[in-house]
Design a protein around this ligand. Structure first.
Ligand code: MSP
Length: 627
C-alpha cells in the first residue's frame, strides 16, 4: 500500500511562527493522524525554508552569523510543533546537506537536458518577495503581491523553460478535478494559464545574494528561492534514491492561498521537466485575520500559537482552528470566538455528555459498562453509522469543520437522549434495571464513537477519554465496539468550562502588543509645520485609464487649481467627489502615478477597509492653511 503523504509549506525563518503556520501544520497533522488511525501508513512532512534574502537580512539585523541564526529559528518551529502535538515524521531544513544535494542534482539534470538556460534579464524586482515582475503586472508601479516598491534590475541569470509546459499543465488540471482544490482555486489557476506562461528565472548572482544553494554549473550563482524551497517535498523523501518511490507522489500539499501559483504552476512544471509524477492534490486554504484586521507586526496583533495553546489548551486551540472556518475560506480569529467555541461545543456539549454518561455508569452500574443489549435499537446503528460516514467523508475532502460539526451534532443527539430517557428516574425502579442498562450502554458506546471522532483533532482529550472508558484503543468506528464489562473511571472533565477569571486571563495573554516605540515616534511642532496642509474644493474628477484605484482630480486651492491623483476610486465615484471639501498636502514632491502627474495628496481615514475623505466641519474656501 502506498503511503499517504502530506506536506505543509516549509516556513520562512525570518520571524517567529504565527497562527497561519500553526493552521497548516495542525491540518496536516489531523490528516496524518486520521490516516494512521485507519491503518494507512502516513508520512507527514514539514520544515523550514532557510535560504534567501529575507533570512539573510533578518540575520544581519540581529547580528547573528547566518547558520546560527537559521539553526535558532528551526528549533523554535520544531519546539512549537512538539507543543501542538504535531506528529510530523520528518522536518526538512533547506540548509541540510540532503536537501542541497537533491537541489543541485535536479539543477544539473535540467541544465544537461537544456531545460535550464542562461539569458540576460531585465525586469522589475521586488526585494521582499524575491521575485521579478513584468511591467504589465505591476500595480501602480508597485509589486502586485505585497504592494511595495520594485527596483529595475538587469543581469545575467538562468531560466527554467516553464513556458513550454503550459499546455501539458492545463491538460493535467482539466483531466484531474481533484488536482487543485478548492474548486475556486482551480479556476484561478486555469485563468492564470490563459495568459502566456513565461520561463522562470531560477538564479541569483552571488554578488547580490550569497545565502543560497550554488548552481552546480555556475559557481557565481545560487538558486532562486522557489527552486530551492519546492524541492523539499522530494529531497526529504530521498529523491533520487529508491526510497523516494515509496512515498511519491505526495497525496496532498497543503498550502496557503498566497503560494498557489508557485505550487500549482512552478512546482508542477518542474516535476514534469524532471520526469516525476505530480502530487495528487494541492489544497490552498484561506488566510486568517485577527479581530477583523490583517495580522501584522506593526499592528502588534500577531497571534503566537504557542501562547494561545498555553492559555486555552492545545486541544482546544487545535479544535478552534479546525472548526471555526471551512477549510479553504478566509477566517477571523477572535478571542471571543475562541472562548465561545470552547465553552459551547467542548465544555457544555461534548465534555458534559461524556462526564454525565460516565458518572451515571459509575453510580448506577458499579463503574462497569453494562453488557451490549441483544436487541440494539436499529435507530442507534443508523444514527451513528451515518454520523461517522459523513465525518469520514468530510475528512477525506478536507472539510475539517464539517467533520467536527458531525461530531458535535452527535453529542447534541445523545445529550437529548439522556434528558428524554431520564436514567436517574429509571434507577429508582429496580424493575427498570434492564432499560437503564440499555440507556447507559448507548451513552457509553456513543462516548466511544465520539472519542474515535475527536482522536485526530484532539489527541490529548482522546487519550484521556480512552482511559476513562477502560480502553486501550477506541476500536472500530461501528456501533457495538464496547463489549460490556469495561471498567469506567469518570475522573476530571475533559474540557473544563472557562469562567470569567479564565476568560480575563486569556484576553490579557492574547491582547495585541503595544506598538513599538519607533512606530509611535513623536514629532515636534516644527516638524508638523513643515507639512503644508490646505483646504481644497474638488472641481472635477475622472478615472485614470487602466487603474482600478486612481482618480485624477482638479482641486481648487484658492490661488491655483492643482492636479492631484488620489487612490480613492474604489471608494468614491468621480461624481461623488466633485464639489467636496477636502484637505490637501500641498507641498508634497510631485510624482507620476500610472503616468499621470500628481501635485499633492488628499487626506483620508481608513484601516484597510473603507476609505473616508477628510474635510472641514463647515464649508470654507479653498487654500486655507490647516494647522
Ligand atoms: N517559505 C514559503 C513556502 C515555501 S513551500 C515550498 C513561505 N513561507 S511563509 O512562512 O511565509 O508562509 C508559510 C505559510 O503560511 C503559507 O502557506 C502562507 O499562506 C501561510 N500564512 C501566512 N499568513 C497567514 C495567515 N494570516 N493565515 C493563514 N495562513 C497564512 O511562504
Amino acid at each position: 500500500m502506498k503511503k499517504f503523504y502530506v506536506t505543509t509549506p516549509i516556513y520562512y525563518v525570518n520571524d517567529v511562527p504565527h497562527l497561519g503556520h500553526a493552521y497548516t501544520t495542525i491540518a496536516a497533522d489531523v490528516l496524518a493522524r486520521y490516516h494512521r488511525l485507519n491503518g494507512h501508513p502516513a508520512f507527514f512532512l514539514t520544515g523550514t525554508d532557510e535560504h534567501g534574502q529575507k533570512a539573510e537580512q533578518a540575520a544581519k539585523k540581529s547580528g547573528i552569523p547566518m547558520q546560527e541564526y537559521v539553526d535558532k529559528y528551526a528549533v523554535v518551529f520544531k519546539e512549537l510543533w512538539k507543543k501542538l502535538n504535531s506528529t510530523n515524521d520528518d522536518f526538512i531544513r533547506t540548509t541540510e546537506e540532503r536537501h542541497k544535494a537533491a537541489v543541485q542534482r535536479a539543477l544539473q539534470m535540467l541544465h544537461e537536458k537544456g531545460e535550464i538556460y542562461a539569458d540576460s534579464y531585465e525586469g522589475w524586482y521586488c526585494v521582499p518577495c524575491e521575485r521579478f515582475w513584468m511591467e504589465k503586472d505591476l500595480k501602480e508601479g508597485n509589486c502586485p503581491d505585497c504592494g511595495r516598491k520594485v527596483e529595475q534590475i538587469k543581469e545575467k541569470n538562468y531560466f527554467f523553460r516553464m513556458g513550454s509546459y503550459q499546455q501539458r499543465l492545463k491538460d493535467h488540471i482539466n483531466a484531474n478535478a481533484g488536482f487543485i482544490l478548492p474548486q475556486s482555486r482551480r479556476n484561478e489557476v486555469l485563468g492564470f494559464l490563459e495568459k502566456p506562461l513565461g520561463d522562470l528565472c531560477i538564479s541569483r548572482p552571488k554578488a547580490r545574494l550569497s545565502w543560497g544553494i550554488e548552481l552546480p554549473f555556475d559557481k557565481d550563482y545560487v538558486t532562486y528561492v522557489w527552486f530551492d524551497a519546492l524541492m523539499n517535498y522530494v529531497s526529504a523523501t530521498g529523491w533520487p534514491d529508491e526510497r523516494f518511490n515509496k512515498a511519491w507522489p505526495a497525496s496532498v500539499h497543503l498550502i496557503g492561498k498566497d503560494i498557489l501559483t508557485t505550487h500549482a504552476v512552478y512546482w508542477s512544471t518542474m516535476l514534469m521537466a524532471l520526469g516525476l509524477d505530480l502530487p495528487k492534490t494541492i489544497f490552498a486554504h484561506g488566510w486568517w485575520t485577527v479581530e477583523g484586521k490583517k495580522m501584522s507586526k506593526s499592528l502588534g496583533n500577531v497571534v503566537e500559537p504557542g501562547k494561545a495553546a498555553d492559555v486555552v489548551g492545545v486541544d482546544q486551540f487545535r479544535y478552534f482552528l479546525m472548526r471555526e472556518v471551512p477549510f479553504g475560506l478566509d477566517g477571523d480569529f477572535s478571542v471571543d470566538a475562541l472562548i465561545s467555541r470552547v465553552n459551547v461545543d467542548l465544555a457544555n456539549n461534548l465534555g458534559n455528555l461524556v462526564s454525565r454518561a460516565l458518572k451515571m455508569v459509575e453510580k448506577y452500574c458499579d463503574s462497569t459498562v453494562p453488557s451490549r443489549p441483544a436487541d440494539i435499537d436499529a435507530h442507534w446503528i443508523t444514527l451513528n453509522g451515518d454520523a461517522i460516514a459523513r465525518y469520514a467523508e468530510s475528512i477525506e475532502r478536507l472539510e475539517f469543520s464539517r467533520a467536527l460539526e458531525e461530531m458535535i451534532r452527535l453529542c447534541d443527539t445523545v445529550n437529548r437522549f439522556i434528558v428524554e430517557s431520564e436514567p436517574w428516574a429509571l434507577a429508582k425502579e429496580p424493575a427498570k434495571k434492564g432499560k437503564l442498562d440499555n440507556v447507559l450502554y448507548a451513552c457509553a458506546e456513543s462516548a466511544r464513537l465520539i472519542g474515535k471522532m475527536l482522536e485526530p483533532f484532539m489527541p490529548q482529550a482522546a487519550e484521556r477519554l480512552k482511559k476513562q472508558l477502560g480502553l486501550v484503543e477506541f476500536g472500530a468506528p461501528e456501533w457495538g465496539g464496547l463489549k460490556g464489562g469495561e471498567k469506567i473511571t469518570a475522573g476530571e472533565a475533559l474540557f473544563p468550562r472557562m469562567d470569567e477569571k479564565k476568560i480575563a486571563e486569556i484576553k490579557a495573554a492574547l491582547a495585541p502588543a503595544v506598538p513599538r516605540k519607533e512606530e509611535t515616534a513623536l514629532i515636534t511642532f516644527d516638524e508638523f509645520m513643515k507639512v503644508d496642509l490646505r483646504t481644497g474644493i474638488v472641481v472635477s474628477a475622472e478615472p485614470v485609464p487602466k487603474s482600478k484605484k486612481l482618480l485624477k482630480l482638479q482641486v481648487d486651492l484658492g490661488t491655483e487649481t492643482r492636479q492631484v491623483v488620489a487612490g480613492i476610486a474604489e471608494h468614491y465615484t468621480p461624481e461623488a467627489v466633485v464639489g467636496k471639501q477636502v484637505l490637501v498636502v500641498a507641498n508634497l514632491k510631485p510624482a507620476k502615478l500610472m503616468g499621470v502627474e500628481s501635485h499633492g495628496m488628499l487626506l483620508a481615514a481608513g484601516d484597510g477597509g473603507k476609505l473616508v475623505l477628510a474635510g472641514t466641519w463647515e464649508p470654507v474656501k479653498g487654500g486655507l492653511k490647516v494647522k
